[in-house]
Design a protein around this ligand. Structure first.
Ligand code: R2B
Ligand code: URA
Length: 324
């Protein structure tokens, strides 16, 4: 069941969408140095332009799906393979393509790349730089990036799926800021409205889980940064915590995780259409510890995957898709 209202996409949102699609959808790197380099080695992926035929390996990628945990993204690769009825070449198995890096895990199932980004922005940012360059070197056309994650809900039942409409930081800013060369740089945390609508449309009345839409806040820390009372330190009261969560809720935030606004800002800056779908593991208004049994959490983690796999399947059935 979904309680997401269908929103009209404004002409400004469409302009964003069009700007992403200029240059026939091919990725334009906003970095003149890359072209001048003899080779580009993507260190955390253990893949490079001099060591691998990246065009041959990745040119058919259309959907880049990412989430924190390596196991979740391996499971997603198997799940999506089954859902889209993709057959691996005879005699091959699904391999971790970044095995040698010992940092991230990445699986390719035809047009779908499933990769983990670790916890938090420093890890995800590193991965995003290299995956975006990978898509560029591989001459991939108009890929969509979707984060499939976990989160803490605010006022929603544990196990609910949240489709993010906007990313905000822990100060409720609609941008992500990072220091570059000693100066703070702000980048708008914008997701693709059309893609978000398309994902919302994948929710079925008969789904056994709830889906809600709203703002997702990213925090740079799981404990104090998310107002938890169970970290190694806590210099605030339970009332302070609840007041903060209520303030977030009033501003339209429905869940908290550790990457949303940076993911939105990075992909928007790169000119890549992107969306975020997360499940909530608890309602933060009711507690802080994640004590739900692992088997139940594993079942909940599949929920965003179901929505995203439906979207991928539907997109592949579109007459414009050339097939695999
Ligand atoms: C959700 O869960 C992780 C922390 O447990 C983090 O990566 C996130 O965004
Ligand atoms: N991930 C987070 O970042 N926060 C939560 O509360 C649960 C999962």
């Amino acid at each position: 069941m979904s309680t997401c209202a269908r929103k009209n996409i404004s002409s400004e949102d469409m302009k964003d969408h069009e700007s992403v699609n200029k240059n026939n959808g091919s990725i334009q790197l906003k970095n003149p140095h890359i072209e001048r380099m003899d080779q580009d080695y993507l260190y955390h992926l253990a893949l490079g332009t001099a060591t691998h035929d990246l065009v041959e390996m990745f040119k058919d990628v259309k959907f880049v799906c990412m989430g924190g945990a390596a196991k979740r993204m391996e499971d997603f690769a198997h799940y999506v393979m089954n859902e889209i009825d993709y057959k691996l070449p005879v005699g091959t198995t699904l391999l971790d393509l970044t095995q040698k890096s010992q940092r991230f895990s990445m699986y390719k199932v035809g047009p779908v790349l499933s990769v983990n980004h670790g916890i938090g922005v420093p890890s995800m940012g590193t991965l995003l730089h290299e995956v975006v360059k990978l898509m560029y070197h591989a001459k991939v056309v108009d890929p969509v990036f979707i984060r499939i994650g976990t989160s803490g809900g605010i006022g929603v039942e544990a196990g609910t799926v949240v489709i993010t409409e906007d990313g905000v930081d822990a100060m409720l800013n609609p941008y992500y800021q990072l220091p570059i060369l000693g100066k703070m740089v702000q980048r708008p945390a914008k997701l693709d409205k059309k893609l978000t609508q398309e994902l919302k449309a994948m929710v079925k009345q008969e789904d056994s889980f709830k889906v809600v839409c709203g703002k997702t806040m990213h925090a740079d820390d799981f404990y104090e940064g998310q107002g938890r009372l169970d970290g190694a330190f806590c210099d605030y009261t339970e009332k302070d915590k609840i007041d903060y969560l209520r303030r977030l809720q009033k501003a339209g935030v429905v869940n908290i995780e550790m990457e949303a606004s940076a993911f939105a800002a990075f992909t928007y800056h790169a000119g890549i259409r992107a969306a975020i779908v997360c499940v909530t593991f608890l309602d933060r208004l009711k507690g802080d510890q994640v004590t739900t049994p692992k088997t139940v959490l594993e079942e909940w983690q599949k929920r965003p995957q179901i929505i995203v796999a439906r979207y991928i399947k539907k997109s592949l059935q579109n007459k414009d898709f050339k097939g695999f």
